[in-house]
Design a binder for this molecule. Structure first.
Ligand SMILES: CC(C)(COP(=O)(O)OP(=O)(O)OC[C@H]1O[C@@H](n2cnc3c(N)ncnc32)[C@H](O)[C@@H]1OP(=O)(O)O)[C@@H](O)C(=O)NCCC(=O)NCCS
Length: 222
């Protein structure tokens, strides 16, 4: 049976899990209220999460109806949710500025890195950028973040400048990277090939998008 990952828009209730990954990923993590603002009031922002398979109920099924009733009463009294939120393996986001999609963040849970999930999130960023009418993607990355730079180069980003002392924690420079033009047919073809190679790499993993403005079909081709 195929394992299913779902890429879907980030919701406010995802923020605690996003923050847990964020704290393990960045030396200047965004506070929870920044994510809340992005989701609730920034109309230019598009944030997604990658839901992991194996979403289990909070507790095992009740053995008898009386057990079930007791549990429900307790849950109502404690106002606890019946199910935990689905586990999240990573997230990413962008802002649309005129016809440029600025990737603001991308991160995969440290325990899940190296399995193609960063690529899944980046592919989703490309899909969203195209869907909302961007012509390019751009981002800043620490000059020492070779792993992320390699991921971006794989997808056709190149260095187009430097922002001096961009990061306030250690005064590190940021490399400014740009994709090629999304409407360039050769680039489109290369992206489609990368997408197919990613799907092969993930093998039995099925990437199921949810319906909605940020739904992201991986096998869209073209
Ligand atoms: C950057 C990040 C999102 C990559 O996610 P990931 O799931 O580990 O990456 P993937 O497994 O999808 O790998 C995709 C590509 O990234 C690069 N990459 C991934 N891990 C790498 C490593 N350990 N060394 C060098 N390159 C690596 C490679 O180009 C790789 O493609 P390949 O497998 O064909 O070589 C992840 O490392 C992360 O969350 N880092 C911390 C947060 C961060 O730095 N975000 C970027 C901010 S600009």
């Amino acid at each position: 049976m195929a394992v299913t990952y779902v890429v879907r828009p980030m919701r406010v209730e995802d923020i605690p899990q996003v923050q847990a990954i964020e704290r393990h990923s960045f030396s200047l993590p965004w506070p929870a209220h920044a994510y809340r603002r992005e989701i609730e009031s920034n109309r230019l922002a598009h944030y997604i999460v990658l839901e992991l398979p194996g979403h289990e109920p909070l507790e095992p099924p009740a053995s008898t109806w009386l057990d079930g009733l007791r549990r429900l009463t307790r849950q109502l009294a404690e106002a606890t949710p019946v199910r935990e939120p689905a586990p999240i393996g990573g997230y990413a986001g962008l802002w649309l500025m005129v016809d440029e999609a600025h990737i603001t963040t991308i991160a995969v849970h440290p325990k899940l890195r190296g399995h193609g999930l960063g690529e899944v999130l980046l592919v989703a960023m490309f899909d969203i950028a195209e869907a909302i009418g961007a012509r390019w993607l751009t981002l800043e990355v620490r000059v020492t973040n070779f792993v992320a730079q390699r991921l971006y180069r794989k997808y056709g980003f190149s260095e187009q400048g430097v922002r001096k002392r961009y990061y306030s924690d250690n005064g590190e420079d940021a490399q400014i990277m740009w994709s090629e033009a999304l409407d360039d047919p050769d680039y489109h073809r290369r992206l489609a090939e990368l997408r197919q190679a990613l799907q092969r790499r993930l093998g039995s993993v099925e990437l199921r998008p949810l319906a909605g403005r940020d739904a992201v079909p991986l096998d869209r081709g073209g």
